[in-house]
Design a protein around this ligand. Structure first.
Ligand SMILES: C[S@@+](CC[C@H](N)C(=O)[O-])C[C@H]1O[C@@H](n2cnc3c(N)ncnc32)[C@H](O)[C@@H]1O
Length: 308
């Protein structure tokens, strides 16, 4: 429970998920049925800290390079690792040390069970995927910031790090996925977040994002409540605004591939539910279906065939 109403949205999120990394928090859970065949390799400690609201891993294919934004304890990365296989690669990014600790400690255990290691976890803010926060930590240890000159030097160094040693390089990822995280990013950073998703994707890449959306605009009073914000409620986009963010960032084709009928929560008369959106950087090329090609009910391709 967050009791300090003056906490910034980001600080409230960090505090809440550092606690939720140590002990499961029921209020953050939105039940999801993952494919059971991938769960056997995932330690119970990771599954307990499942704070997702959808399953973007259903829309991945073998050999892809996948980036999971807000990877938490690592569950979706560990599922994705099995879907993309030994020739694919999965990178999880999170800003909360306690979540990264659980995910990093469990990665070798999962690798031992599946027979290969293709997952790594990096520390960063998903709205600034160029800046490696572990590298920044090292810089600050060597050169603490005490004066304005130190600050200006740090600012220059940060830009150099972003360019020369980016956390995630431009055009390097086939699929950006995320499970219940985009809503948690501060309002002032949300546009930058979508630009970053666009930047890191290859020209043929796509984003598959599960998140909570609202059926009406959330009041500014609710947005200032750190408990509701960090609980994946009041940072939610409206259903109309969510796809629009992808369009504004430059994505050419956007499809809602899954939407909960019943709301997950109703707060002050507003319905909050999970959706999964698939957004392609470039419009899909039309082609004749191959014999084993099946269209999904959504018009999007069935998992592990084509498109999503
Ligand atoms: C609701 S949990 C979801 C975790 C995971 N995706 C899952 O399905 O269980 C949100 C996670 O996103 C991380 N997070 C929130 N805002 C972030 C940001 N701006 N940058 C990086 N990580 C963030 C939190 O630390 C937390 O681990």
């Amino acid at each position: 429970m967050i009791t300090d109403p003056t906490l910034s949205a980001e600080k409230a999120v960090e505090e809440r998920y550092s606690t939720a990394a140590a002990k499961r928090e029921e209020a953050l859970c939105c039940p999801v049925n993952y494919d059971p065949k991938y769960l056997a390799a995932i330690p119970a400690e990771v599954m307990e800290k499942d704070y997702g609201c959808g399953d973007p891993s259903r829309y991945l294919r073998e050999e892809e390079t996948v980036l999971d934004l807000g990877s938490g304890a690592g569950k979706i990365c560990f599922i994705a690792a099995q879907v993309v296989g030994a020739r694919g690669k999965v990178i999880g990014v999170d800003m909360t040390d306690e979540m990264l600790e659980v995910a990093r400690r469990n990665a070798p255990l999962v690798a031992g069970k599946i027979g290969y290691m293709n997952v790594e976890f990096r520390k960063g803010r998903i709205q600034d995927l160029a800046l490696d926060l572990d590298l920044l930590e090292g810089e600050l240890e060597n050169a603490p910031v005490r004066t304005v000159d130190d600050y200006l030097e740090l600012d220059r160094r940060l830009n150099q790090l972003r360019m020369e040693r980016p956390l995630i390089a431009s055009g390097s990822v086939d699929v950006v996925i995320s499970n219940c995280v985009l809503n948690l990013v501060e309002p002032s950073a949300k546009e930058q977040l979508f630009r970053e998703i666009y930047r890191v994707l290859k020209p043929t890449g796509r984003a598959v994002i599960s998140d909570i959306v609202a059926n009406r605009q959330v009041s500014s009073e609710m947005q200032q409540d750190p408990e509701l914000w960090s609980g994946c409620v009041s940072g939610a986009f409206t259903e109309a605004a969510f796809p629009e963010q992808f369009r504004k960032a430059g994505f050419q084709e956007i499809e809602i591939v899954s939407r909960q009928d019943e709301p997950w929560r109703v707060v002050q008369g507003i319905e909050f539910r999970s959706v999964t959106i698939c957004a392609w950087k470039r419009a899909k090329v039309s082609f004749l279906p191959l014999p084993d090609f099946k269209l999904g009910a959504s018009g999007c391709c069935a998992p592990k065939t084509e498109c999503c």
